[in-house]
Design a protein around this ligand. Structure first.
Ligand code: ZN
Length: 147
């Protein structure tokens, strides 16, 4: 499988809030905190910690990676202030409040963002194929007309 598709395969489940929440095996703040795993998952983040950044998280849509969380941080506020163009952060709605249309839009956008180069490749090769077929058809048609 193409490397980019592999990434899509890994990230796609993170579209769902419950999978984002499940990615936090343990978290430094409890559920009553403003910055709980639940609140982070709601705001679009899944766990992406490393030994250097053990509290690293990443947005499923814009891929913004953030760490250094403090107990009083509001995940939605941090999200929009570090990623102004993220459609999910702009909307600021938990999954349960999203319409199906919106949700599917995010789903498509996510696949496009994660596999941008792959999608471009597919579109380019389709274009080439189309123009070859078109040229072949045109030749056939010209041949018919000449008869
Ligand atoms: Zn985002």
């Amino acid at each position: 499988m193409d490397l980019e598709l592999k990434q899509v395969e890994q990230r796609l489940p993170m579209l769902f809030e419950k999978n984002r929440l499940a990615s936090f095996k343990s978290w430094k703040f409890n559920d009553r905190s403003k910055c709980s795993a639940k609140k982070l998952a709601e705001a679009g983040f899944y766990y992406a910690g490393t030994p250097d950044e053990p509290d690293g998280v990443q947005c499923f849509l814009c891929n913004k990676a953030l760490d250094g969380w403090e107990k009083e941080d509001n995940p939605w506020d941090e999200h929009i202030s570090h990623s102004k163009n993220c459609e999910f952060a702009k909307l600021r709605l938990p999954e349960a409040k999203l319409t199906t249309d919106r949700f599917l839009q995010f789903c498509l956008e996510m696949v496009l963002v994660q596999s941008k180069n792959y999608v471009t490749k597919v579109v380019e090769s389709n274009k080439k194929e189309f123009s070859q077929k078109y040229t072949a058809k045109k030749k056939t048609l010209n041949g018919i007309r000449k008869k």
